[in-house]
Design a protein around this ligand. Structure first.
Ligand SMILES: NC(=O)c1ccc[n+]([C@@H]2O[C@H](COP(=O)([O-])OP(=O)(O)OC[C@H]3O[C@@H](n4cnc5c(N)ncnc54)[C@H](O)[C@@H]3O)[C@@H](O)[C@H]2O)c1
Length: 441
C-alpha cells in the first residue's frame, strides 16, 4: 500500500527538487557571445514577426534576411527588425532558395505553414545551416523521421519552437516530479480551450498580387487558390495544416511527455469532430485523444477550438497525476496538491506567454532562442528542445489525428511509434509531393 505523504514530506521533497533545479538553472546561465550568428527568418506575417525581433535582439545575433512570399509582410517586418537589430537593415527575399545559397546565413528560422516545416528544415540542413523550426516540426510522421535523420547526417543544431521547455519554473517542477514530489506520476492531462470563429466556405478567387502562391504551396501538390486559406486558416485544412492537436497540443502534450518521462506510445485512440460550425474546417474543433505507454502511464488531450471554458482556470495547461499528489502546470508556473487536494506548493511568474494570443512571444521565446544560440556556440549548455525530442511530441499529435481519422485504436511500436498491423492508418504516415519538391535526406 502506498504511504500517504504529509505536508512536511511534500515540502522536503519539494526543496530537494528546487535544489536540483537551481543547479540546473546555473548550468544554463547566459554568458557573453564569442562570435556573431546571422539568422534568416522564413514567414513573418504573425509568429515569424515575433521570432524575427526576438532573434534580432538576442546577444551576438543579427537577422540579415527576411524571407516571405507575402511582400506586405516583408515590408512590415523590415523596420521592426531594423530597430531590434540595432539599426542594421535586413534584406527582403521572396524565394527561400536564395537565402539558403547565401553562405553568410548561419541559421534558418522557420515560421511558414506546417507543410513547409520539415522540407525547409531539411533543405537548410543540406545547405549547412542551423534550424529553429516552429512546432509542429513536421507535417506528418515520415517528415519528422526524415528531419531527425537529416539533423544526424548534417550535424547542425535544430531546435523546435516548444518554448515552455525554456521555462525555469517548468524545469524545476519536472525535476521535482522526477525526485518523487507526487510519487510515481502515471497520468498527465493536456488541454487547450479557445473561442475560434467559423472560417466559412471559401470561394475560388484571383491570387492576390502581393502573394507568390506557387512558393507558398512549395512541397504540397498544387491546389487552386481560394479566399479563406491565407493567412492562418490553412491550419484547418489537411493539405497544409495539422489541426489543433498539432497546433497547440504540441505544446501541452510535450509538457506531459516531459513530466511522465515517456517516449513513444503503445496505444492511441481519439474521439471528437467538427461540432460547432459547418464550414470548410476539415479537422476537429473538439478532440479527446489518449496515449498509453509501457510501464502503466497515460496522456490525454482535451482540445476545444470553439469553446473557451477553462480547465483549472486556464485556457491552456497540463496536470500531472501521481500516486501521492498532483501538479498543475502552465507557462506561468505550477501548483502542487497532495492526495487530500490541499495546495502544498505554488510558484508563478508572469512569462507573458500563458495567454491564447496566436502570435505568442515573450520571455520563454527569448530564452528558448538564447539557448539555441548558446548550443550552436558550444557554450556547454544542454539544448532545451533537440529535434529528436520535438519529433516524439509531434508524432503523438499526428497519431492522435490518424486515430481520429481512421476511427480506430492504433497499436504502436514503443521503439519508434510506428503503427502496427494497420496498412490503412500507415497510409497517413507520409504524403505525395509536388514534382520537383520531393523531400530527400
Ligand atoms: N511557438 C508558438 O508559440 C507559436 C505561436 C504561433 C504560431 N506558431 C507556428 O508558427 C507557424 C506560422 O504560424 P502563423 O500563425 O504565423 O501563420 P501565418 O499563416 O499567419 O503566417 C505564415 C507566414 O509564412 C509565409 N510563408 C508561406 N510560405 C512561405 C515561403 N515559401 N517562404 C517564406 N514565407 C512563406 C506566409 O506568407 C506568412 O507570412 C505555424 O507553424 C505555427 O504552428 C508557433
Amino acid at each position: 500500500m502506498n504511504s500517504r505523504p504529509n505536508r512536511r514530506t511534500f515540502i522536503k521533497t519539494a526543496s530537494a527538487g528546487m535544489a536540483g533545479a537551481t543547479l540546473l538553472g546555473a548550468a544554463r546561465g547566459l554568458s557573453a557571445p564569442s562570435n556573431r550568428l546571422n539568422a534568416a527568418v522564413m514567414g513573418v506575417h504573425s509568429r515569424g514577426g515575433v521570432l524575427a525581433t526576438s532573434f534580432a535582439r538576442a546577444e551576438g545575433c543579427e537577422v540579415t534576411h527576411i524571407c516571405d512570399v507575402d511582400e506586405r509582410a516583408i515590408a512590415r517586418s523590415i523596420p521592426e527588425v531594423t530597430e531590434a537589430n540595432g539599426g542594421r537593415t535586413p534584406t527582403g527575399v521572396v524565394d527561400l532558395r536564395e537565402v539558403l545559397d547565401n553562405p553568410e546565413v548561419d541559421i534558418l528560422v522557420i515560421a511558414a505553414p506546417d507543410h513547409w516545416h520539415a522540407p525547409a528544415a531539411i533543405m537548410a540542413l543540406q545547405a549547412g545551416k542551423h534550424v529553429y523550426v516552429e512546432k509542429p516540426c513536421s507535417y506528418n510522421p515520415e517528415e519528422g523521421e526524415m528531419l531527425v535523420q537529416a539533423q544526424e547526417r548534417y550535424n547542425r543544431v535544430v531546435q523546435m519552437g516548444n518554448q515552455q521547455r525554456a521555462s525555469v519554473e517548468s524545469a524545476q517542477i519536472i525535476d521535482a516530479i522526477r525526485q518523487g514530489i507526487i510519487g510515481r506520476p502515471y497520468y498527465a492531462r493536456a488541454w487547450y480551450a479557445n473561442n475560434r470563429g467559423s472560417i466559412g466556405r471559401g470561394q475560388p478567387a484571383d491570387i492576390p498580387d502581393w502573394l507568390n502562391y506557387d512558393l507558398w504551396q512549395g512541397p504540397a501538390p498544387r491546389m487552386p487558390y481560394k479566399d479563406n486559406l491565407i493567412h492562418y486558416n490553412w491550419h484547418w485544412f489537411w493539405h497544409w495544416g495539422t489541426g489543433e492537436i498539432c497546433n497547440n497540443g504540441t505544446h501541452e502534450i510535450d509538457v506531459c511527455r516531459w513530466a511522465l518521462g515517456v517516449d513513444y506510445p503503445i496505444r492511441v485512440s481519439s474521439s471528437g469532430g467538427r461540432y460547432h460550425y459547418e464550414d470548410d474546417w476539415e479537422f476537429y474543433d473538439t478532440q479527446v485523444a489518449s496515449f498509453d505507454f509501457e510501464g502503466g502511464k497515460t496522456i490525454t488531450w482535451d482540445g476545444r477550438s470553439c469553446n473557451p471554458y477553462p480547465v483549472e482556470n486556464r485556457g491552456r495547461g497540463a496536470s500531472i497525476h501521481g500516486e501521492q499528489g498532483t501538479v498543475v502546470i502552465d507557462r506561468d508556473g505550477y501548483t502542487v496538491y497532495d492526495q487530500d487536494n490541499e495546495e502544498v506548493w505554488k510558484r508563478s511568474k508572469m512569462s507573458g506567454e500563458a495567454s491564447l494570443d496566436i502570435r505568442g512571444g515573450g520571455g520563454l521565446t527569448d530564452r528558448h532562442i538564447a539557448n539555441m544560440l548558446q548550443t550552436i556556440r558550444g557554450e556547454g549548455v544542454s539544448q532545451y528542445s533537440p529535434i529528436d525530442e520535438g519529433h516524439k511530441s509531434t508524432l503523438l499529435c499526428h497519431l492522435g489525428n490518424i486515430a481520429q481519422e481512421t476511427g480506430r485504436t492504433l497499436h504502436c511500436d514503443p521503439a519508434n511509434g510506428r503503427i502496427l498491423d494497420d496498412e490503412e492508418a500507415m497510409k497517413m504516415w507520409g504524403r505525395e509531393y509536388e514534382p520537383g519538391w520531393e523531400v530527400k535526406v
